[in-house]
Design a protein around this ligand. Sequence first.
Ligand SMILES: Nc1ncnc2c1ncn2[C@@H]1O[C@H](COP(=O)(O)OP(=O)(O)OP(=O)(O)O)[C@@H](O)[C@H]1O
Length: 273
Amino acid sequence: MGDVLQFDDVTVRRGDKAILDSMTWSVEEGERWVVLGPNGAGKTTVAALAAARMHPTGGRVVVLGEELGKVDVFELRPRIGLSSASLADRIPRSERVIDVVLTASYGMTGRWRESYEQLDIGRARDLLAAFGMAGFSERLFGTLSEGERKRVQIARALMTDPELLILDEPGAGLDLGGREELVAALGELAADVTSPVLVLVTHHVEEIPPGFTDGLLLREGQVVAAGELESVMTPQHLSATFGLDLVVERHGSRFAARALAGEPGVHEARAAH
Ligand SMILES: Nc1ncnc2c1ncn2[C@@H]1O[C@H](COP(=O)(O)OP(=O)(O)OP(=O)(O)O)[C@@H](O)[C@H]1O
């Protein structure tokens, strides 16, 4: 039984389609998960369930010890940090960066706690600095680059000091430098024992930060593999997940994948095994 997340036989239906199909998954304290799969695999659906933003059609979802459907989600949500494209779309472009981060804590308390004002501002500044955004506090959110916005969103998601942090495609739309900066920042977060449990949704194995411990591979609403990254990140599992023959390489703490097709040298190397 996962202390942090427990999905038992979870199904989500939309019309006559099961976008998640009998999914079982456990997440424990201290783990750092990556949820990997192609477009339409059900990753965002998993993230929305884990963040208590959606209820399952069937089965049981337990988040931080509370079963969805039996808990007031408005009490549960402040314990979960979420960064996603749909939440980002709701951030006013005219809001100052420091306020984007600070308003996460208003959401938690539902009111402005005068006596905590300086503490909150200090925390927001520290979080922005941790994600390389120290000089951006007074800028308007709408004037930031895509990569800068992603980093502000993660700082915002951490503002309430959540027990669980869910990042749905934080690397989407970033250039190579932006991606590498994000991966490094998430690697630092993963290495910090005081960090919340992390769940990172991505399409790309190259975006898995160092220090991530576990992987959930999804295809068409079903689990292809789940467990320790070492055992999950095989060419067989990833090929089944993405529906094409893949070569998977590990360089230190990072992964890379590419299609086997058009790689005769690789074919020969594999045939020789
Ligand atoms: N409200 C809905 N009605 C019908 N189908 C839906 C609905 N929401 C999601 N789906 C479908 O469910 C499937 C899974 O969607 P989901 O967004 O969870 O996938 P994903 O793995 O996050 O995809 P992507 O990588 O493209 O963001 C998709 O085929 C999507 O079209």
